[in-house]
Design a binder for this molecule. Structure first.
Ligand SMILES: Nc1nc2c(ncn2[C@@H]2O[C@@H]3COP(=O)(O)O[C@H]4[C@@H](O)[C@H](n5cnc6c(=O)[nH]c(N)nc65)O[C@@H]4COP(=O)(O)O[C@H]3[C@H]2O)c(=O)[nH]1
Length: 755
């Protein structure tokens, strides 16, 4: 073939291969075509491809072209040999081209010692061979080798063309590699996105979904083939939010600004099944070639919300009854107060306290008590309107907030409904139990706060209780005056305890041995010398001090005073027999964990002569019964310190006899109310003699309080009451006054009539 014609053929070949390289679906395809075109253009019998692998070894790519005229059975042998044989760099003709990156030509491979597939080439009668590299940059990625049945001298033009073809084919490799890399990257991204628990959603500026990972499928219930191409709005935005979503999107597309982008938000979403659920979603946007794309990571927070709601519910509700607790009640009341200002409607607060609820716990046990409280809660809930809030404050105390109350009469009707609802008997452990309640009502005025509404209703409830249980009472002006006065006393007491403790002093009242008439004990009773109101009786400030907790510092001070006074008695009292000085302890003090430490410290500092004075304590029956187990332990520790212990006001509390045995006390003081009418009340006489009998049986002594007449004193002595106390012998008075009396009468304050 003349050179020019051949050159033209080669040019045509180059063009063909360039087109094939561009159009080919894959590298294999373009290599296959290249082999075919080259064989056709050169008339060579066979072409074959080796591809370089990561271990730098060439292996047959199973890409062959064998010309029709060269079909020869032994070609198969050559094919098998070539496919089975890998070539390292420098090995045989493919290895050498691989190592040098340059084409190579062997005129007659059958006679060439460096040729390695000798046997098969001899059998196939192939002679000339040339090979050239396919290059991506400087890297050899494949080798193409060709064989002819004739021995041919090297054709440098052909080799030159092959160089170009090598580069052309290299581009196909490059393209495939970068497509491969891209596909790998995408696969990796998809894997990452599919492996996250968060939904990944991408959408275009029309809101159409362009990416939807596995988590999105499971969170929203739409498979990706269902989701892709549809709008987020129709798929996952709840109906109520679609317009806002659309408007937000349009605003953003116009202004490029949106406050929700870049933020993590909690929003409601729609599930394929039709229900709404909460998601946490982070949104961001990207602009590429003027087109906006939006991306979102979203997670289902139903569980988190549920546990948050549960925690919130727990924090705001009473565990036993499920009713709102004080915090929630205060919040509701505050809301009602705010709305009330706008709507000018009334607000009533009803304080409901069960009468004698403690008896249920004592008689039936705490479990039954709990059941009763749950039943009460249910009855209260049903007795009021849905807009009312029934809350449980503590123990047997419930408060009901009733908005939209038009008059005090409305509130009274609700209160009566509550009393009626609680009136029917309750079944507890097979018994019918009657539970009454006392209800206090407070109506909001312009100055009301949630707190003071509750405390006003509480005060009214106390009024209801004291004027006969099972009633309701409306908070009124008179009570308001009392509340204000009480608040003033509280402030004055705080001030006095902090800056002027000397305002408090002790008066003493003697306790007399009924048989001998001799003084045996001095009861210390606190008084408050108020700078403006004069000498105040404990009745006027002790209950408030107990409610506010001020009794604790006051009690400590009283103890100190009692010790100081004991020293004075030591010096001035001429009676030689040992005397007890008894101090009243309140329930709050009894509940103080450090009470015993405080008492033992005060006593050890006081350094009182035990042969002359012994400190004792009086605790009321009611206080002891509040928490009998703790009281018993505290009393035992006090007794171990050597203190004399008395139960005060005996008979006014409840179920005391059953517990009496458990308390490590020395003396029982029968309340004044049983003594006042002892002369003409057989019932009181019966009670007193039973208490005396019981106390003696338990090895306790008995004191009768409030003895005002000789007849009473004589009667009590006759009834074997051990000790007596009352105005008959001496009123409570300052130590110096009482000392004169005692010293004058040598300690004998009662002249006993002969039995
Ligand atoms: N009508 C009448 N009353 C008599 C007669 N004999 C005594 N009393 C009064 O009865 C009260 C006896 O004290 P209490 O039962 O412990 O009752 C005490 C006690 O519970 C409490 N209290 C007094 N001092 C203290 C104290 O230092 N600490 C504590 N925690 N409470 C105290 O205040 C209550 C009242 O104390 P006081 O006003 O001193 O009232 C005293 C006393 O003056 C009598 O024959 N007829």
């Amino acid at each position: 073939m003349p050179l020019t014609i051949r050159s033209q053929a080669y040019m045509g070949l180059l063009e063909h291969i360039a087109v094939a390289a561009n159009e080919a679906n894959s590298t294999n395809d373009s290599l296959q075509k290249a082999l075919e075109y080259i064989c056709q253009a050169t008339g060579w019998a066979l072409g074959h491809v080796f591809v370089s692998h990561q271990d730098n070894i060439l292996r047959s790519a199973n890409i062959w072209h064998i010309s029709a005229q060269s079909q020869h059975p032994s070609l198969e042998r050559f094919r098998e040999d070539s496919e089975a044989r890998p070539f390292a760099k420098g090995e045989g003709i493919p290895g050498r081209v691989y190592a040098s990156g340059q084409p190579e030509w062997i005129i007659n491979a059958q006679q060439d010692d460096t040729y390695l597939r000798h046997d098969s080439i001899i059998k196939t009668n192939l002679k000339s061979c040339f090979a050239f590299p396919v290059l991506t940059g400087n890297k050899v990625v494949a080798i193409l080798e060709f064989y002819s049945l004739q021995a041919q001298r090297p054709d440098h033009t052909l080799l030159d063309v092959m160089k170009h073809i090598g580069v052309q084919l290299g581009r196909v490799f490059e393209r495939e590699q970068s497509q491969q890399q891209l596909a790998n990257r995408e696969r990796r991204h998809r894997q990452i996105l599919n492996s996250t628990a968060d939904a990944f959603i991408a959408m275009n500026s029309q809101g159409e979904i362009t990416a939807w990972n596995l988590a999105a499928q499971s969170i929203f219930g739409w498979r990706s083939e269902q989701a892709l191409g549809r709008t987020v709005s129709e798929l996952i935005v709840p109906q109520a939010f679609r317009q806002a979503h659309h408007d937000g999107m349009q605003r953003f597309l116009k202004s490029g600004k949106a406050s929700i982008l870049g933020q993590t938000l909690e929003l409601p979403a729609m599930h394929n099944a039709g229900h709404e659920f909460p998601i946490e979603i982070t949104l961001w946007s990207l602009q590429e070639k003027g087109e906006w794309s939006f991306f979102a990571f979203a997670r289902d927070i139903t569980e988190r919300k549920r546990s948050q709601d549960e925690l919130k519910h727990k924090a705001l509700h009473d565990a036993l009854t499920g009713l709102p607790n004080r915090i929630l009640l205060l919040d509701r009341l505050s809301q009602h107060l705010e709305q009330r200002e706008n709507r000018r409607s009334g607000l009533a607060t009803l304080f409901v306290d069960l009468d004698h609820f403690k008896r249920i716990n004592d008689s039936f046990g705490h479990e039954a008590g709990d059941r009763a409280l749950i039943e009460v809660a249910n009855r209260l809930r049903h007795a009021v309107r849905p807009v009312d809030t029934v809350a449980r404050l503590a123990g047997d105390e419930f408060v009901i907030a009733c908005p939209d109350i038009k008059s005090p009469r409305d509130a009274a009707i609700i209160a009566q409904r509550i009393l009626d609802a609680l009136a029917p008997p309750m079944q507890l452990q097979g018994d019918s139990i009657f539970l009454n309640a006392s209800v206090g009502i407070a109506l909001a005025d312009t100055n009301s706060s949630a707190e003071n509404l509750i405390s006003a209703a509480d005060i009214a409830m106390y009024e209801a209780k004291s004027s006969g249980r099972g009633e309701y009472q409306l908070f009124d002006e008179r009570m308001q005056v009392q509340v204000t006065a009480r608040l003033r006393v509280e402030n004055d007491m705080r001030h006095a305890l902090e800056h002027d403790k000397e305002q408090f002093c002790l008066h003493f009242q003697p306790i007399i041995e009924s048989q001998s008439g001799d003084i045996v004990c001095l009861e210390a009773l606190v008084r408050w010398q108020h700078p403006e109101r004069g000498l105040l009786s404990p009745i006027e400030f002790i209950p408030m001090a107990e409610e506010t907790g001020l009794i604790v510092p006051l009690g400590e001070w009283i103890l100190e005073l009692a010790c100081q006074e004991a020293k004075r008695w030591e010096q001035l009292c001429q009676i030689q027999r040992p005397l007890d000085i008894s101090v009243n302890l309140s329930g709050r003090q009894l509940a103080q964990a450090d009470l015993v430490t405080t008492i033992s410290n005060t006593l050890s500092h006081a350094n009182i002569d035990p042969s002359r004075f012994r400190l004792g304590f009086e605790v009321t029956e009611t206080e002891v019964m509040r928490d009998p187990a703790t009281a018993a332990t505290t009393l035992q520790t006090l007794r171990d310190l050597g203190a004399h212990l008395s139960i005060d006001d005996f008979g006014t509390g409840y179920s005391s006899l059953a517990y009496l045995k458990q308390f490590p006390v020395d003396t029982i003081k029968i309340d004044r109310s049983f003594i006042t009418h002892i002369m003409d009340s057989p019932a009181d006489q019966a009670i007193v003699s039973s208490v005396v009998y019981l106390a003696h049986a338990l090895n306790h002594t008995v004191v009768a309080e409030g003895v005002e007449t000789i007849a009473q004193a004589d009667k009590l002595r006759e009834m074997k009451v051990d000790y007596i106390q009352g105005y008959l012998f001496a009123k409570p008075q300052p130590a110096e006054q009482l000392l004169i009396l005692i010293n004058q009468q040598q300690g004998r304050l009662y002249q006993t009539a002969p039995n």
